[in-house]
Design a protein around this ligand. Structure first.
Ligand SMILES: NC(=O)c1ccc[n+]([C@@H]2O[C@H](COP(=O)([O-])OP(=O)(O)OC[C@H]3O[C@@H](n4cnc5c(N)ncnc54)[C@H](OP(=O)(O)O)[C@@H]3O)[C@@H](O)[C@H]2O)c1
Length: 273
């Protein structure tokens, strides 16, 4: 039975008792925490904004009758991974989802080297080391789930989000490899590639009028629902039927340079943060 359809007790037995959400309080992170808490997982919420965590963690516990713990940390910090492992110590973590991403917009050479370092730390190093740690423990228990958030930007080079797109390709390829490595051990791994999703980060970059370049948009809740339906069934998924149709045309029918040019034309319209 698909994880989306199983009852709360079965979900908790297969993916719990604890879940870790890295990047938990807003946007897709908030949608993941709500979906996992509704399915009975106790949750360790990791995010860099302590004020939002202080509200979100007890609220989730109240709303869903689960335990929650919160860790305020910037995932780009040099001690971030150790801090997450320390906060998770003593909790049996059966689900890990990496949501947080650094997504600077603008010409690659105009973005400061420190921002490029941050992108590697948050988008690549953190999910690799946390999947290594939690995946190892899940393999011993022969059960669990790992989700890495990728993006449609990760399917080709993409001007103005060139480094972000490259890190999303990393997430996609890492998760697919882990899917194959761990599936024989009962651990389900999935790369999730959303298109435009109505989160605060996306909305802050979306210009007022994209005209004919406007992409199909989804809610964060719809993306997570589709991801849960795909977990355990496939190595990676694109969220949304319209995005899957667009991806088919872009990646199967058009020449690669045309796709790169088209994606770059869209990204150049985004608002630089
Ligand atoms: N939204 C989209 O259209 C879209 C499309 C394709 C793929 N995705 C992928 O989906 C994931 C989530 O995207 P999103 O739009 O929800 O936005 P996001 O900017 O990744 O935010 C998700 C959560 O992570 C937190 N976070 C970000 N950087 C962090 C850091 N360094 N340390 C700790 N927490 C951090 C955010 O807090 P702050 O608010 O403080 O940043 C927020 O609570 C990302 O991996 C993104 O690449 C999103």
């Amino acid at each position: 039975m698909r994880p989306a359809d199983i009852d709360r007790d079965t979900f908790r037995a297969r993916y719990g008792p604890w879940g870790v959400v890295a990047g938990a309080v807003e946007g897709l992170g908030a949608a993941w925490t709500a979906a996992l808490a509704a399915r009975g997982l106790d949750l360790l919420l990791v995010d860099r904004r302590g004020d939002l965590l202080a509200t979100a963690a007890p609220q989730l516990a109240r709303n869903h009758g689960v335990d929650t713990a919160a860790l305020t940390i910037d995932l780009a910090a040099p001690d971030a991974i150790e801090a997450v492992l320390a906060a998770a110590a003593g909790r049996e973590v059966g689900f890990y989802v990496h949501v947080a991403a650094a997504s600077d917009i603008g010409p690659f050479v105009d973005i400061a080297p420190d921002a490029h370092r941050r992108a590697l730390a948050v988008n690549c190093l953190a999910p690799a080391l946390l999947a290594h740690h939690f995946g190892g423990l899940m393999r011993q228990r022969r059960r669990g789930g790992i989700v890495l958030m990728s993006s449609l930007s990760g399917f080709q080079g993409n001007a103005w989000v060139a480094h972000y797109a490259a890190t999303k390709a990393y997430n996609l390829v890492l998760a697919e490899g882990l899917w194959d490595e761990l599936r024989g051990d009962g651990v389900e791994v999935l790369a999730v590639s959303p298109g435009a999703t109505l989160t605060p980060t996306y909305l802050s970059a979306r210009p007022a009028d994209l005209g004919r370049m406007a992409p199909p948009e989804m809610t964060a809740e719809a993306v997570v629902a589709e991801a849960l339906a795909a977990l355990g069934r496939q190595p990676s998924m694109i969220a949304g039927a319209a995005n899957r149709r667009a991806a088919f045309v872009l990646h199967r029918l058009l020449p690669r340079r045309a796709v790169i040019t088209m994606m770059g034309r869209y990204s150049r319209l985004l608002v630089r943060r």
